[in-house]
Design a protein around this ligand. Structure first.
Ligand SMILES: [Fe+2]
Length: 226
């Protein structure tokens, strides 16, 4: 069933419910269709890569021709791009960028004195499959001080996303659960509880061929109009 057919079927079910139940049913029926909370829009920040790395594949931990992997804890990140009805958004383009294991971006505007990691890709692109699924292998970024303009502020570990769905573009950020810097973060703290939950990944059990010290995270991205 294609998107248009699903839309028409939902509208017909809604109309039938309203006709059968009268206007009093409008509230509950509409809430039932509201479905998943939208992933909150958040700032792109100043460090979207000006110069793209030579690679933009799904494995940010290993660059072609390099003998060493990126430093830091390996993160297997997976999830789905969905609309608020829970339907998958196929062929959504996901761009991801982040600081390295020292909290430094490969960007000329980042004045953090922490070292660059020449083995870290720092940026990747994936397209969702027919089920809306995506997957990246990366490293856990460190928290970092924002810098001279706001010397007391520390950003928690986070990953930036720019997602292009069929009808919706979403710039946002993903957080790691249980990080001590989350609650005081200058962005995260202004999200309400539902938005914070939607912006935070869930830890999954590892296993399979995952590295022993790696973590596996799930994070679904919900686009308002798919
Ligand atoms: Fe950032």
């Amino acid at each position: 069933m294609n998107h248009r057919m699903r839309f028409l079927m939902r509208r017909r079910i809604l109309q039938t419910a309203l006709t059968a139940g009268g206007l009093a049913a409008a509230g509950p029926v509409q809430r039932a269709f509201a479905g998943l909370p939208e992933t909150p829009m958040q700032t792109m920040g100043p460090f979207y890569p000006i110069t793209r790395p030579l690679e933009d594949d799904a494995d940010l931990t290993l660059l072609k021709g390099h003998a060493e992997r990126a430093q830091g804890k390996v993160v297997h990140l997976m999830g789905r791009v969905l609309d608020t009805n829970g339907d998958p958004v196929r062929n959504a383009k996901i761009e991801l960028w982040q600081a390295n294991a020292h909290g430094r971006y490969a960007h000329p505007a980042d004045v953090n004195p922490a070292p660059l990691d020449p083995n870290f890709q720092g940026f990747g692109i994936q397209t969702t499959d027919a089920e809306g699924q995506y997957r990246f292998k990366t490293i856990k970024p460190a928290a970092y001080a924002i810098g001279p303009m706001n010397p007391d502020a520390v950003r928690p570990p986070h990953i930036h996303f720019d997602v292009y769905g069929a009808n919706t573009r979403l710039v946002t950020q993903m957080y790691f659960p249980g990080e001590p810097e989350n609650d005081g973060d200058i962005i995260f703290k202004y999200l309400n509880a539902t938005e914070q939950a939607a912006a935070t990944a869930t830890v999954l059990p590892g296993g399979g061929d995952a590295e022993p010290d790696s973590i596996t995270l799930r994070w679904d991205i919900v686009l308002l109009a798919g």
